[in-house]
Design a binder for this molecule. Structure first.
Ligand SMILES: Nc1ncnc2c1ncn2[C@@H]1O[C@H](COP(=O)(O)OP(=O)(O)OP(=O)(O)O)[C@@H](O)[C@H]1O
Ligand SMILES: [Mg+2]
Length: 251
């Protein structure tokens, strides 16, 4: 048991493929370097790829957490954990997408709450969009990290997302503009985006954090921020990501 309770942070978006999972992994790496004990939970239940991106072989996944909780067989979180690094553990998404259909997310939400007793930071990955599971999850997380790109459809859908968040009075959202996913996508200025979505951009990830040959790193299960040999074009941009992580620890 930890003295201080950990924090849940969920990474989400309106559009698929905007870089949520890569961002989450990079953030996990920075937290780990700052000696924070991190648990990554893949709540992109049917399509999650954290285990694949970390090149991990998994025995128990999130479906087993649910199954054991609902059948009163749950005896502690340890057996569902797959370790990755001394400061990073992971719980994988479902192996079979049909398992995802059976999960009642309320059980996972209470499990995430319990994990605050064991980890400093619980990083939750999601599928995109305001699905039922996502709405229920978002409502209970300490910090929502919303990822968007400089893309017309994404900006339009972000406005709709923020309108819903305003209606349910969610104020714990950090908007992160990911410019490292598609370099050259810069039609709208930050000012334009802010006036369309009705919310400030809290952080942006700069184009220099674009990683060439990303697939080869993913196949090796590398977290870029933990890879000493990987040098980014501009070290200051990585520092910005580190500053974001520090702010989130302090929140
Ligand atoms: N920093 C980066 N540098 C280069 N390519 C990137 C970067 N971030 C994301 N990508 C590209 O975008 C793809 C999608 O990224 P990622 O899987 O993180 O998105 P996602 O939002 O989690 O997608 P999904 O909605 O499918 O879960 C990656 O496979 C990679 O090709
Ligand atoms: Mg993803």
């Amino acid at each position: 048991m930890k003295n201080q309770k950990g924090k849940t942070m969920i990474v989400t978006s309106s559009k698929g493929g905007v870089g949520k999972t890569i961002f989450l992994l990079n953030l996990a790496g920075i937290f780990a370097k700052k000696n924070q004990k991190v648990l990554i939970v893949d709540c992109d239940l049917a399509g999650g790829a954290i285990a694949l991106n970390l090149n991990l072989t998994v025995e128990k996944n999130i479906f087993h957490v649910y199954e054991d909780l609902v059948n009163h067989r749950y005896q502690g979180y340890e057996k569902y954990i797959t370790p990755y690094h001394k400061n990073i553990d992971m719980i994988s998404a479902c192996k079979d997408p049909r398992q995802a259909l059976k999960i009642d997310i309320e059980y996972i939400i209470s499990f995430l709450e319990e994990m605050k007793n064991h980890y400093d930071i619980i990083l939750v990955d999601t599928t995109h969009g305001l699905t039922r599971d996502n709405i229920l999850l978002l409502d209970k997380m300490d910090i929502i990290l919303y990822i968007m790109t400089n893309d017309l459809m994404d900006i339009k859908n972000t406005k709709a997302f923020m309108d819903v968040m305003n209606k349910i009075e969610k104020e714990n959202i950090k908007v992160i503009l990911n410019n490292s996913r598609d370099i050259g996508l810069n039609y709208f200025s930050k000012y334009d985006i802010r006036s369309i979505i009705g919310k400030n951009i809290d952080y942006s990830i700069d184009p220099s954090l674009y990683i060439k040959n990303i697939t080869s790193f993913l196949l090796e299960g590398e977290i870029f921020t933990l890879n000493k040999s990987l040098t980014f074009k501009d070290k200051n941009d990585l520092k910005k990501l580190e500053k974001m992580a520090e702010d989130l620890i302090e929140e």
